[in-house]
Design a binder for this molecule. Structure first.
Ligand SMILES: Cc1cc2nc3c(=O)[nH]c(=O)nc-3n(C[C@H](O)[C@H](O)[C@H](O)COP(=O)(O)O)c2cc1C
Length: 188
């Protein structure tokens, strides 16, 4: 059977395509890469995974950007261990991406221009009066007041991407920053 995804057949084309799918996630709310799963490690060494919205993807620097609440558990975890794994299953492309990254936490003046551009309803997710995960007496016993001081940007400097393409043939490749993204085929 012909490969419906010829971009999976060479390392440079595959790498280009990974980035095309990531960038589409930033701009298209229905794209699979819109909602990656970000995994961190708790202080007790327990893996923690959650869905986030992909806010930025820059191929030249191989960085991704997410927004979060500074008081959330993931921020505390990243302060202890600034490494993260990201998972995306792009079903229409038959493509799994597993990304290793080092994470830089950005707050305050460094992110105030981003905060200024956020619509009011989006700012509601970032509040200092109700830390995510705080126990409450009833399901809606909380209020959120937008607060720039609670707004944090996570910049992920990608170190490696493991790509698995499940076409008529299965292909797997690993691209690393250390190897300047040249790529290496792997047994799937
Ligand atoms: C579709 C979807 C999108 C989400 N987007 C974000 C996001 O962009 N930033 C964020 O901090 N949490 C987002 N969340 C909530 C997180 O998954 C998580 O519940 C929250 O950040 C608390 O996680 P933590 O306690 O591990 O820090 C999203 C959840 C879903 C289901």
């Amino acid at each position: 059977m012909d490969n419906p995804h010829p971009w999976a057949e060479t390392l440079p084309l595959l790498y280009e395509h990974l980035w095309a799918r990531l960038i589409r996630g930033v701009h298209d709310r229905h794209a699979p890469a819109r909602h990656p799963v970000l995994a961190t490690v708790s202080a007790q060494g327990v893996p923690q995974a959650r869905t986030l919205v992909l806010r930025g993807a820059d191929k030249p620097t191989a960085t991704l950007t997410f927004y979060t609440d500074l008081h959330s558990a993931k921020v505390e975890e990243l302060r202890t261990s600034p490494l993260a794994a990201l998972h995306i299953w792009d079903a229409s492309a038959h493509l799994q991406m597993r990304i290793d990254a080092s994470v830089t936490l950005m707050t305050g003046d460094d992110v105030s221009d981003i905060w200024q551009r956020l619509p009011e309803h989006s700012r509601l997710a970032y509040s200092s009066n109700a830390a995510p995960g705080t126990p409450i007496a009833d399901s809606l016993a909380y209020s959120k007041t937008p607060d720039q001081a609670a707004f944090a940007v996570l910049r992920l400097d990608i170190q490696a991407i493991d790509a698995l393409h499940l076409g008529p043939d299965h292909r797997r490749a690993r691209f690393t920053r250390a190897d300047e993204w040249a790529g290496q085929w792997l047994v799937p």
